[in-house]
Design a protein around this ligand. Structure first.
Ligand code: SAH
Ligand code: SF4
Ligand code: F3S
Length: 474
């Protein structure tokens, strides 16, 4: 491949794993002379890292391709070639059909081919290339590590994929088809990657997986290791102060993982634990393989281990067969759990999934009404959670300049955005801040004259949450 400098523009859709993957694609192309640009018009290579989860997400790619058609034309008028590649889950799901629908695309490649990207780009200079195989070799063994410089530029908080794929086959979901079956990376590889992130100054790592808590990688003795023990091992790494993981499945919350929440101060007290619905009939139709009661019991166990834990979730409304009573069960579960935040979506029938051919598809206007109602409740809970933080002291990782001059922005242990008036030299520090006010999506904090210990803060917040009595009246 040529080493002449070429400009790469990469646009990422979808989940955090796509964010991680995009960074790895940049790392794979860097040794071949590609540098990233934020200016589309400069790009010799444009990559769209796509998401197939809902129809809207998928269709975004084709509207973007409409814009790229014009870009390619204007660049061609200046004598410049533009290569266009589609990566990610739409690429995996639709393969060649993408080129049939949008002939300007030069390259289509799925998530398991990223280690082959330099070669694919080279081949696509001569003819269209489609690579959506699930290869024998493990891409993680072949993807280069980020350079220290690249890691520093990406910030103090980093993603690290530990597990990919899904064997659960929820009846609404395309992920098992786009990402393939579950694969866990070996412990030693993850530890090595985490160490190199920490050496570059990263202070917080979020472990990623489509079902991250089904992680069962091998340790150097060939013994299967779960996510709980992996977290304990990563917590030993010098400089790594905060650990998080996402996304979890309720069925995989085992005792060791729950123990990590009790015993590991580095594991942040925030857990994204999607349930999708509060109705057992709908959970069954979704093939979630757990009931609402089972989910609530798990939440109780986690809260016993870590009383101040903040929970978030995902919900789908309007799944086929969902009645008003089923939806009321969802609202009731949301109130009972008292989420700190949650994401909710209108069901989108996806080609090839069992849900798409189920009877009893819900009228779009009914699904829209339910979505509005659910989102209103979630907003109220989030507002209450943020409001309860006012007056508390929280350790905040100061990550970057804030929106206003003289301000920095950081994250609380509960993943809330926090703004504070502070010197830029404090970026990278974890400092205790007294929370002065709360908005819908962020908090405003103030530096303390004297520092408080984290364990005191936890006890204080746990007391406040207990007084909140689960959830406010709505
Ligand atoms: N692996 C994660 C979720 C992956 S997708 C898990 O198991 O929870 C992220 C979220 O998108 C899902 O939790 C679900 O709420 C939503 N989602 C997935 N498929 C969908 C569909 N067909 N229509 C609407 N929302 C969907
Ligand atoms: Fe999709 Fe279900 Fe797998 Fe999550 S567990 S990725 S929702 S099939
Ligand atoms: Fe979307 Fe694929 Fe992630 S479908 S949510 S980008 S795993």
């Amino acid at each position: 491949m040529t080493t002449k400098t070429q400009k790469l523009f990469i646009k990422t859709y979808g989940c955090q794993m796509n964010v991680y993957d995009s960074a790895r694609m940049v790392d794979a192309l860097a040794p071949h002379g590609y540098v990233t640009t934020n200016i589309l018009d400069e790009a010799d290579l444009v990559l769209l890292n796509t998401c197939h989860i809902r129809e809207k997400a998928s269709e975004k790619v084709f509207s973007e391709l409409g814009r790229l058609r014009k870009l390619r034309k204007t660049r061609a008028e200046r004598g410049k070639a533009t290569m266009i590649g589609i990566a990610g889950c739409v690429a995996q799901a639709e393969g060649e059909e993408i080129i049939e629908r949008a002939p300007l695309v030069d390259l289509v490649f799925g998530p398991q081919s990223y280690h082959r990207l330099p070669d694919l780009v080279q081949r696509a200079k001569n003819q269209c290339v489609v690579d959506t195989d699930f290869p024998e070799e493990d891409k993680f063994d072949h993807l280069p590590q980020a350079t220290k410089q690249a890691t520093i530029a990406r910030g103090l908080s980093a993603f690290l994929t530990v597990q990919e794929g899904c064997d659960k086959f929820c009846s609404f979901c395309v992920v098992p088809y786009t990402r393939g079956s579950e694969v866990s990376r070996p412990v030693a590889r993850i530890v090595a990657e985490a160490k190199s992130l920490a050496e570059a100054g990263v202070r917080e790592i979020t472990l990623l997986g489509q079902n991250v808590n089904s992680y069962h990688g091998q340790d150097p003795n060939g013994v299967d290791t779960g996510l709980g023990p992996l977290l304990f091992e990563l917590a030993e790494i010098e400089g790594l102060d905060r650990l998080r993981y996402t996304t979890s499945h309720p069925r995989d919350m085992d005792d060791e993982l729950i123990a990590a929440h009790a015993d590991l101060p580095e594991l942040m007290p925030y857990l994204h634990l999607p349930v999708q619905s509060g109705s057992d009939t709908i959970l069954k139709a979704m093939n979630r393989q757990h009931t609402a009661k089972h989910y609530l019991e798990i939440v109780d166990r986690i809260r016993t281990a870590r009383p101040d834990i903040a929970l978030s979730g995902d919900f789908i409304v309007g799944f086929p067969g969902e009645t008003d009573a089923d939806f009321a069960d969802t609202l009731s579960l949301v109130r009972q759990v008292g989420y700190a935040s949650a994401y909710s979506f209108k069901y989108s029938p996806r080609p090839g999934t069992p849900g798409a051919s189920l009877e009893g598809q819900v009228e779009p206007h009914i699904a829209s009404e339910r979505l509005l109602e659910l989102q209103k409740l979630i907003k109220e809970l989030q507002h209450a959670f943020n409001g309860n933080c006012v007056g508390n002291t929280m350790d905040v990782l100061l990550e970057k300049p804030g929106r206003k001059p003289g301000q920095l922005a950081g994250r609380s242990p509960y993943l809330q955005a926090v703004h504070v008036d502070a010197e830029e030299t404090m970026i990278g520090q974890i400092v205790p801040l007294r929370i002065k006010s709360a908005g819908q999506n962020s908090l405003y904090g103030e530096q303390l004259a004297k520092t408080h210990s984290t364990s005191d803060n936890r006890a204080q917040l746990a007391r406040n949450l207990a007084n909140q009595d689960g959830a406010p009246e709505v």
